[in-house]
Design a binder for this molecule. Structure first.
Ligand SMILES: Cc1cc2nc3c(=O)[nH]c(=O)nc-3n(C[C@H](O)[C@H](O)[C@H](O)COP(=O)(O)OP(=O)(O)OC[C@H]3O[C@@H](n4cnc5c(N)ncnc54)[C@H](O)[C@@H]3O)c2cc1C
Length: 323
């Protein structure tokens, strides 16, 4: 048994139990979605002893040094005094400005934050439906005009998908928290070659990064690869094709799987064939979890610099295991 103190309340964690699970057993609610140490929605801070390094994997060095960690993957080795993530995480209520279809399967959700939520397009946030408590991560496709833009793929059986597609209306209130992630444009890299690659709504962060790069007057070449099973999986096609026609140095490459040849059109196969100058390129990879992990590994093995590969795999949320 390990003794924890959370915001002054004593909590006991059984041997091998995670901090998140111990808090839930004690009736203390904490935002959480992936339960795999990826989405950072359960970020908390140790106020005394250093947490196990495995619970800090992927956090910026400064946050790790300040004792932040992910409760879902933290199996405490000794007593910890824990607080909510405080300054490292904003949390606010926002109102729905619009819910619009971008394609038969993708919805654009605009949330009015009045410009209060400090974030970079391309990062991700935690979206909470207050009435049901459903909590999921979504990438930020834009943050202009006092609103945050999210793109949601509507899964027929998905809990957040159905809430957004069927129930949400303008002026409804949602809660957001975050932001997290290192997928965003750095204006210091204005002459850098950039490759944006993703599947499905992995386009959301890539679209945000692209708009941000253009807003900052990016001068280097940019290629955007969007993978989908077939044409119906693509969206924002017209906007991307117009941009390609107007802006020299921008290339848009839709990658569609070929029914005759399953290997044809594979996003990774196309990127690895067309991109040759890997060491001089910054990569942003978002979308399907397995593919994005495969691409990150493949790019690194082929010579890309690890610190120039920014990847956000869309790890699905996990429900709490029945105890
Ligand atoms: C860092 C990060 C960023 C993300 N950004 C986005 C984003 O910008 N847009 C977006 O649409 N999603 C994004 N996601 C995924 C998102 O958090 C949800 O997992 C997704 O919207 C499904 O939630 P749901 O409640 O509708 O479905 P759930 O109720 O969670 O799942 C319903 C069923 O669908 C399955 N399922 C869940 N996800 C998938 C999938 N991708 N493919 C196939 N089956 C699946 C589940 O296993 C379950 O069986 C992101 C995830 C992470 C970790």
């Amino acid at each position: 048994m390990v003794e924890l103190t959370f915001e002054g309340v004593e909590v006991h964690a059984a041997e091998g139990q995670t901090v998140l699970s111990a808090l839930e057993d004690a009736g203390i609610p904490l935002d959480c979605a992936c339960r795999a140490g990826i989405c950072q929605s359960c970020l908390v801070q140790s106020l005394d002893a250093p947490p196990p390094p495995a619970a800090q994997a992927g956090l910026p060095r400064a946050m790790a040094m300040d004792g932040y960690f992910m409760a879902c993957v933290c199996v405490p080795e000794g007593p910890l005094t824990i607080g909510r993530a405080g300054k490292a995480r904003q949390r606010l209520d926002v109102t729905v400005r619009a819910v619009e279809r971008l394609s038969p399967t993708v919805v654009r959700l605009l949330l009015d934050d009045g410009g209060r939520f400090q974030c970079h397009p391309g990062q991700f946030l935690t979206l909470i439906h207050p009435a049901s408590g459903v909590t999921r991560s979504y990438s930020i496709a834009g943050n202009a005009d006092g609103a945050l833009e999210l793109h949601l793929r509507i899964l027929p059986e998905g809990r957040m998908s159905r809430l957004v597609a069927d129930d949400l209306s303008p002026d409804d209130v949602m809660t957001i928290a975050g932001p997290s992630g290192s997928c965003f444009y750095d204006p210091a890299d204005r002459d850098q070659r950039i490759v944006l690659a993703g599947t499905g709504t992995g386009l959301a962060p890539l679209w945000g990064i692209l708009q941000d790069a253009l807003r900052h007057g990016h001068r280097g070449p940019i290629s955007l690869y969007h993978g989908a099973l077939d044409r119906s999986g693509l969206y924002l096609v017209e906007a991307l094709e117009s941009l390609e026609a107007e802006r020299p140095g921008f290339r848009y490459v839709p990658c569609l799987r070929d029914a005759e040849d399953p290997a044809g059109g594979d996003l990774w196969a196309v990127v690895s064939e067309l991109e040759t100058d890997l060491r001089a390129t910054t990569f942003f990879l978002c979308g399907d979890e397995l593919l994005i992990r495969r691409m990150k590994r493949g790019l690194f093995m082929a010579g890309a610099r690890l610190d120039q590969i920014h990847a956000d795999p869309f790890t699905p949320a996990q429900a709490r295991a029945a105890s």
